[in-house]
Write a protein that binds this ligand. Structure first.
Ligand code: ASP
Length: 423
């Protein structure tokens, strides 16, 4: 019998998770179902998997970025890759939010919705941080503390510096360099082991979400939900596919086939950080992108590039404005574009942060923050979809950078590198 690949296993687990969740939803108040199945069994599988992934994220980011930066011996090239990556990330986020505002204004997701139809949740607002503080906050005062606390931007800055210093010192630090390479291999092996557990984790996460919330949770907000999904799809089909075809010269169908593993991990974990190991492994092994590039672009992207989140914020802003009967001016639109693009840098790649950062966007254009409570009720579902777009943007950028650096191996070479990873 043909062995089932990991991607297929994850997909089967996802479907089984939805089925079990929906089947158990009517019994969610039953004590046995609630205590033993949902809160124990599903929770153990799902949360256990997330914990195992979180365990490897920081060692992986540190090792791979350091080794990656050290591996790009030519410092000029590192600078070039850095500038390309940053411009792509910020550029696509601005396009994403503009698309969201444009489509949102056309389809009016909030027209005809009566506030009392919607049950609200408690609101907590994202702290409004001036841009200068975001910039200064990237410089770690204490790198060890940054690693211990998991402050991703600070870890990225410090790891790149270590790598650059190693590249500059060359042979003088060959022992440490070799050691870092080996450490990196150990971390990658652990990634491989943890990813074997993905089908179980995905099953637990999805089954728990659907058995607790059902889909009735979405009904009154269906229009908003569908509007977000529509723009996410549009951004994927128009922006990403044309970038793939025109710049990366990559067949979008092949891309989807190869990248569906990480997409499913993103969908079920709702976390770019948690998907980082799967994305990096797939880009290196399936697409043949060099470690030098992917270990730079992916950790950075999963931290600062959030196109899906920006789309949700754009549609939510229009939705909330319409519900409260506020009309937004052109100036407000520009403010939303700038704020959402910049806040995406400070949005952590973990579940539910995007909607908290929405507070900043609403504040900038003077919309009532209570509006956030409306969209929070169904944010768990929206988060699944937007996270897929968030990580897809990182992968598309990686392919573009690899292509323009002349490093994208031919597809046939890439697929034969390793058969036992996400296939
Ligand atoms: N869950 C998203 C991510 O990890 C962030 C968010 O929008 O909440 O990419």
């Amino acid at each position: 019998m043909k062995k089932i690949g990991l991607t297929n296993k994850i997909f089967i687990a996802l479907i089984l998770g939805v089925l079990s969740g929906v089947a158990l939803y009517p019994f969610k108040e039953n004590l046995i179902i609630k205590n033993y199945v949902i809160d124990f069994f599903f929770n153990f599988l799902g949360t256990g998997f997330i914990r195992a992934i979180r365990m490897i994220v920081i060692p992986l980011v540190f090792c791979s970025l350091t080794v990656g930066a050290a591996g790009i011996e030519d410092i000029k090239k590192l600078g070039r890759v850095g500038i390309k990556t940053l411009s792509f990330y910020l550029g696509t986020t601005a396009v994403a939010i503009t698309l969201a505002l444009g489509v949102g204004s056309l389809i009016n997701p909030g027209k005809g919705i009566v506030l009392s139809q919607i049950s609200t949740t408690n609101v907590s607002v994202g702290e409004t941080k001036p841009f200068i503080d975001i910039l200064l906050g990237m410089i770690p005062i204490n790198p060890i503390e940054a690693l211990a606390k998991g402050d991703m931007l600070q870890i990225i800055v410090f790891s790149i510096l270590c790598g650059v210093a190693m590249a500059m010192l060359g042979d003088k630090v060959s022992t440490i360099r070799k050691g870092m390479d080996e450490l990196n291999n150990i971390v990658l092996k652990i990634v491989d082991l943890v990813m074997q557990l993905a089908p179980f984790g995905v099953y637990g996460l999805i089954a728990k979400t659907f058995s607790t919330l059902g889909y009735s949770a979405m009904l009154p907000l269906l229009k908003y939900f569908l509007a977000v999904i529509f723009v996410l799809l549009l951004h994927y089909l128009i922006t990403y596919q044309s970038l793939l075809i025109l710049i990366a010269k990559y067949n979008p169908i092949k891309f989807l086939k190869k990248f569906s593993g990480p997409m499913m991990v993103a969908f079920s974990t709702s976390s770019s950080s948690a998907t980082l190991p799967a994305s990096m492994e797939t880009l290196q092994e399936e697409f043949g992108v060099s470690k030098g590039i992917s270990s730079f672009t992916i950790p950075l992207g999963s931290t600062i590039n959030m196109d899906g989140t920006a789309i949700m914020q754009g549609v939510a802003t229009i939705f909330i404005a319409q519900i409260y009967g506020v009309s937004l001016t052109m100036g407000d639109f520009v403010t939303v574009i700038i704020t959402a693009t910049l806040t995406s840098i400070g949005t952590a790649g973990v579940p539910g942060v995007g909607v908290i950062m929405l507070g900043m966007v609403l504040q900038q254009v003077g919309l009532p923050l209570e509006g956030m409570a409306l969209v929070m009720g169904i944010d768990r579902f929206v988060d699944m979809f937007r996270t897929v777009v968030n990580i897809t943007g990182d992968a598309v950028c990686t392919l573009i950078v690899a292509k323009t650096e002349g490093e994208l191996k031919r597809e046939e070479d890439a697929t034969s590198v390793n058969e036992n990873t996400l296939a």
